[in-house]
Design a protein. Structure first.
Ligand code: BGC
Length: 687
């Protein structure tokens, strides 16, 4: 039963502080629109309405309202139905998460936005912000959050700004609890209110605070009600508590009835099953107040005015733009820089960077020649080219006068004998992932594990493995090899990025945005938790997702969240805490022999009364490149929200009184400095 009064009154726009000009222009336009014209803004015209678009809202010629031309997705401009995209296959969202770098994330967003604009599309169906609850989740590769809400919160902001700075509306997706692909169209995800607010909403909160134009509601149900007609999560929480001021668009076909309109959905895609003629009839019959339509139309128009969709109207009308090649050398160079910055050096027993003395390099594995650079489904971007690891290593070899021998690894014994002859061996392994399916196992497919073992047995300490995965992956042989590099769907410049790191032109500084487990289902999900039983997946682990679970249960994963080594060594000194300003400072010094940058991370252990996980990421800073002996001052400015817990009784965030422990270090398990403080509860700390 809908309460129209509450609907029309509720939902202050906290962050979508639309400019006075936007508000004025919106109201002026709205005032001139007939009811059918307003309803026409609230649905798509079919996925095939324009070439290369996946969603389309028709223009209003009478009033000069431009069309909305929507395309996937979170890894760049994706082609529809396998047409060639002529766009950059960027590193995935999860790769960007591994940079732990707000600036790089912003550059990624801006570059994607520029390509969407050049393609004549003004809505990007991304970024994906879902928190990787399920390690085998089929779409984990798409998300900027990895397994941590703060990481998603911090990175979603520059990405949204970057996209929207190009007159392209960003769509944060998928709201919410859309964390598995198994039964994705029917699963009822059940999580308590505190868990939702503390774990799954913060990345969206970040997007909202950056003025995101739209949020996509998901296919699943949340606590019994379909996500796209869920009054509590849409009206109450997203628009109400989070203060989201843009429009809610349905995932494609995720609508189930005209009730969605009153529940908080503003736009149906890709068609008009409910939000077209059906809605019109409901309003005409008086069953739905016209103000509901006005509110949604307003939410659609405001971001269109705010981000310049009207000023650039000609750009969206020219259909030929969809087939333009929008790639460029500068975008390729950026893709390479991003993928290199995100590459995680998980292990290095003194082998890397490639020693100058290495003359004969063996490259092994099918992935070396045909690497997996993106996942499949709506997040796929067909690359115009791929620089494979094999090609990039061959190019490097020419420069250093080395010989490269390649073996595809199909025959382990043959590969082992090739490896035995080499000065250094690079084995490239990997896995893919697909929307619609969770991975049945985190183990690498086929006989890749056996291949690594056979090569390691033959080449011993000269073996490097580069593993390309869509997220968590099992690395049971890691101690048998000397070096291990991890990449997470790195995009079209994969080979160059890998070679940059192998040869030390880029000193690795990527960090794991997800825990690398020791086995499948190490976090002990019961069937009721994942994939669910009786149609429901129950989030009974509550806040204990990812490293929060490992820390609570004292389990050592294969590689912990936040982990990533360097070719140099960093020391941390001089922790100081200003409790009243919530400011934590320290210095990070390069104590090794190579230049490099460090990602310093801050974890907070809450006072016991908060009943919070043992520690939670609340800050990260990537230093600039530090020369040997150089140090940098690092500052973490905490928000009151960072020292607060969500209290379901009052339905408010509240600063937790008591003593916090600050842990600053190089990963969630490599803490270098520890301090304590008690935050004030003054007004300065308003949450
Ligand atoms: C996906 C969305 C995507 C949409 C349009 C859906 O199946 O879940 O992420 O944007 O399709 O292609």
């Amino acid at each position: 039963m809908l309460v129209w009064g509450a609907l029309l009154g509720g939902g202050a726009c906290r962050t979508a502080a639309w400019s006075p000009e936007t508000v004025e222009r919106t109201e002026h336009t709205l005032g001139q629109m007939s009811l059918p014209e307003k309803v026409a803004l609230l649905h798509g015209s079919g996925a095939r309405a324009v070439p290369g678009g996946v969603g389309y809202v028709a223009p209003n010629r009478r009033l000069g309202i431009p069309p909305l031309v929507m395309a996937n997705g979170p890894q760049g401009w994706g082609p529809w139905s396998g047409e060639h995209g002529n766009s950059t296959c960027w590193p995935s969202g999860l790769t960007i998460a591994a940079t732990f770098d707000r600036e790089l994330a912003g550059e990624w967003g801006a570059a994607m936005g520029a390509e969407f604009y050049a393609k004549g599309t003004n809505v990007q169906l991304g970024p994906d912000l879902n928190v990787a609850r399920v390690p085998s989740g089929g779409r984990n590769f798409e998300s900027l959050s990895g397994e941590d809400p703060f990481l998603g919160y911090a990175l979603s902001q520059p990405v949204v700004r970057g996209i929207q700075g190009n007159h392209v509306l960003a769509v944060a997706k998928h709201w919410v609890l859309n964390n598995q692909e198994t039964n994705r169209l029917s699963d009822d995800a059940v999580a308590d209110e505190r868990t939702r607010h503390e774990l799954y909403y913060p990345p969206f909160d970040g997007a909202v605070s950056a003025g995101v134009s739209a949020v996509m509601c998901s296919y699943n149900r949340v606590g019994g009600a379909w996500s796209c007609e869920n009054q509590e999560t849409l009206r109450g929480e997203l628009k109400g508590r989070l203060g989201f001021g843009g429009f809610v668009v349905s995932d494609w076909g995720a609508t189930h009835g005209v009730e969605s309109a009153g529940a908080g959905l503003d736009m149906e895609q890709p068609g008009a099953k409910f939000m077209g003629d059906v809605l019109l009839a409901e309003v005409r019959s008086g069953a739905v107040p016209e103000a509901v339509v006005d509110a949604s139309a307003r939410r659609v128009l405001q971001p269109m005015y705010e981000y310049g969709i009207f000023e650039h109207a000609g750009q969206w009308e020219n259909l030929s733009k969809r087939s333009l090649d929008v790639t460029s050398p500068s975008h390729s160079a950026l893709a390479r820089r991003l993928a290199a910055a995100a590459t995680v050096l998980a292990r290095n027993e003194g082998l890397l960077p490639v020693p100058a003395a290495a003359r004969r390099i063996a490259v092994i594995g099918a992935q070396a020649r045909e690497p997996t650079v993106h996942g499949w489904g709506s997040g796929a971007v067909l690359p115009t080219y791929v620089v494979s690891p094999l090609r990039a290593i061959r190019e490097r070899a020419v420069l250093c006068g080395c010989t490269v021998v390649y073996d595809d690894g199909a025959d382990e014994r043959r590969a082992a004998s090739v490896a035995a002859e080499a000065d250094i061996v690079v084995v490239v392994v990997g896995d893919s992932s697909h929307e619609g399916l969770d991975r049945p196992t985190l183990a690498l497919p086929g006989s890749q594990d056996a291949l690594v073992r056979a090569v390691a047995a033959a080449a011993g300490s000269r073996t490097v493995v580069a593993c390309i995965s869509p997220g968590a992956v099992l690395l049971p042989w890691d101690e048998e090899v000397s070096a291990l590099l991890l990449m997470l769907m790195p995009g079209l410049e994969v080979g160059n990025a890998l070679a940059d790191v192998l040869w030390g032109e880029v000193n690795p500084s990527g960090r794991l945005p997800v825990t690398m487990p020791g086995r499948d289902n190490e976090v002990n999900f019961s069937a009721a938790m994942f994939p669910g039983s009786d149609g429901r997946s129950v989030y009974s682990e509550r806040l204990l997702v990812g490293y929060r679970w490992y820390d609570t249960h004292g389990v050592t994963p294969r590689y912990p969240f936040g982990h990533g080594l360097s070719y140099t060594r960093f020391e941390y000194h001089g922790l100081s805490i200003d409790a009243s300003a919530l400011l934590v400072n320290c210095s990070v010094a390069n104590a090794g022999r190579r230049a490099g940058s460090e990602v310093a991370q801050l974890y907070l252990a809450f006072p016991a009364r908060a009943a919070s996980p043992p520690q939670q990421l609340r800050g990260f800073v990537r230093t600039g490149v530090l020369a040997p002996g150089e140090s940098a001052e690092v500052s973490f400015r905490l928000r009151a929200r960072d020292v607060s817990a969500y209290d379901p009784a009052s339905r408010e965030w509240a600063v937790v009184p008591g003593e916090f422990e600050v842990r600053v270090g190089a990963s969630s398990r490599d803490v270098r400095l520890v301090g304590r403080f008690s935050p004030g509860t003054t007004e300065a700390l308003l949450v």
